[in-house]
Design a protein around this ligand. Structure first.
Ligand code: HEC
Ligand code: HEC
Length: 396
């Protein structure tokens, strides 16, 4: 038994040494030379910094210290993180209980799709943090893998623009997109309206809410009204900020200081919803069917937007793995390690992304803080199992 254990230990040491060497080499060469593949993140690698390495990396440390000092000045000017205030409701789509109820029904109804199998909740499933738990979505008649990760729609009422590339200006404009998208729900709007018009419950509800029959405009408005109720708050972080000093543990408190300071997350994940609503290229490696996703550039055609994606909220982040626009990272540990070594490789990478030199304890503290951002639904509740999973295509 002992000999088995020691063989395992030796194997671990050797593997650990090789992996550390790999990272040391890259850190010595400088952040921009790092080329990532998913394998680099699968092992929990945290660099031991011994004296010898520290010497050989002095220059880089100076450089990092300079960058930290430069950023420290800036950090105070970012909107502080804190509890959410009520989301803005557009004047032309006021919230009413009947409209929200209609939107909820539509959201869970697979009849909005071409084969009556896929609902919004297939990819934005309340049981999976209103995402789908997959790296990249699966949809369309052939249930093919898409190019991007289904983002959570928790707190999407606070987004200034919708989608990873911000191509939809409002929730109303966004809502009918997936219905018509050939890779998602592959239904035509005419056909969706025709189908719903045959269902007396819907006809009655549209009449009550909008004073019309079933219309595309009504579908969009009701879905958006429902989505504006998917607000999650009262997280340990919120409680802590509202004066309950015991709501976050000591590690999470240290993590919050890192978030606002040394780790510089606040530069982009700022304000009560932890996003600046802007687009940045942080060098996330490409994975999945899209070989090079140009992100925001597809919309603006500005060179500076190449490979830039919307800063996502970090609220309820523990519920919505995997992470990033292409679902590249399976865990928060890998995400934080990615930032720690200076992000990925891209010619257009944001100058805010550089190596952070967080110690293993600091990495853990930052993760503890991210865990403290998970809250609970505060406006409406969902039945334990609002969707029975008939929504998956037959080929599953
Ligand atoms: C087949 C999977 C799938 C279905 C079905 C689906 N979505 Fe999505 N949803 C996605 C993906 C993937 C994205 C991100 C796409 C992108 O950024 O290009 C997204 C993005 C969104 C966003 C933007 C969130 C943000 O933070 O930017 C909202 C809101 C949304 N969907 C609502 C809906 C609604 C409402 C429906 C039903 C009418 C729906 N979705 C159906 C996969 C899906
Ligand atoms: C320069 C702006 C910027 C900084 C600084 C930054 N982020 Fe991000 N963050 C982003 C963007 C943009 C994305 C999405 C990138 C993508 O998908 O290509 C993201 C994605 C994430 C995600 C994945 C979210 C999801 O839903 O998939 C996590 C977690 C995260 N960041 C945490 C952090 C932490 C922790 C820090 C500090 C160590 C940090 N970020 C610093 C801009 C930034």
């Amino acid at each position: 038994m002992n000999s088995v254990v020691s063989v395992v230990n030796i194997a671990r040491c050797v593997a650990g040494g090789i992996i550390s060497l790999f990272f040391i080499m890259q850190m010595v060469q400088g952040d921009d030379l790092v080329r990532f593949s998913s394998a680099d993140y699968l092992s929990p690698v945290i660099l031991p910094v011994n004296d010898q390495q520290a010497n050989s990396e002095e220059d880089e440390e100076d450089e990092t210290a300079k960058k930290h000092a430069a950023h420290a000045k800036d950090i105070a000017k970012f909107p502080p993180i804190g509890p959410l205030s009520p989301a803005k409701i557009p004047a032309d789509n006021p919230q009413t209980p009947a409209k929200i109820e209609l939107g909820k029904k539509l959201f869970f109804d697979p009849r909005l799709s071409g084969n009556n199998w896929i609902s919004c909740a297939t990819c934005h499933n309340p049981a999976l943090g209103f995402a789908d738990g997959l790296p990249r979505f699966i949809g369309g008649p052939g249930s093919k893998e898409g190019g991007r990760h289904s983002p959570t729609i928790i707190n999407c009422a606070y987004n200034e623009l919708q989608f990873w590339d911000g191509r939809a200006p409002t929730l109303e404009a966004q809502a009918i997109g997936p219905v018509q998208n050939p890779d998602e729900m592959f239904e035509t709007l005419d056909s969706a309206v025709r189908k719903l018009s045959k269902l007396p419950d819907y006809v009655k509800a549209f009449q009550e809410v909008f004073g019309t029959g079933v219309t595309v405009d009504g579908i969009a408005k009701a879905l958006a009204a429902f989505e504006r109720t998917i607000i999650y708050a009262n997280s340990p972080f919120d409680k802590y900020m509202q004066g309950d000093a015991t709501a976050m543990n000591e590690s999470a408190k240290r993590g919050m200081n890192l978030f606002n300071g040394k780790a510089e997350c606040i530069i982009c994940h700022n304000g009560p919803n932890f996003t600046d609503n802007k687009f940045h290229n942080i060098g996330v490696p490409a994975e999945g069917p899209i070989k090079e996703d140009l992100g925001r550039y597809n919309i603006t055609k500005n060179e500076s937007d190449k490979g830039a994606f919307k800063t996502p909220t970090l609220r309820n982040i523990t519920d919505t793995a995997p992470y990033m626009h292409d679902g590249f990272f399976p865990t928060l540990f890998e995400v934080v390690q990615f930032y720690n070594v200076g992000g990925g490789r891209s010619e257009n990478k944001s100058h805010h992304i550089h190596s952070l030199r967080l110690t293993p304890e600091e990495v853990n503290d930052l993760i503890e803080f991210l865990k403290a951002l998970t809250g609970e639904p505060v406006q409406i509740t969902y039945e334990a199992s609002p969707i029975i999973y008939p929504n998956l295509p037959k080929s599953f």
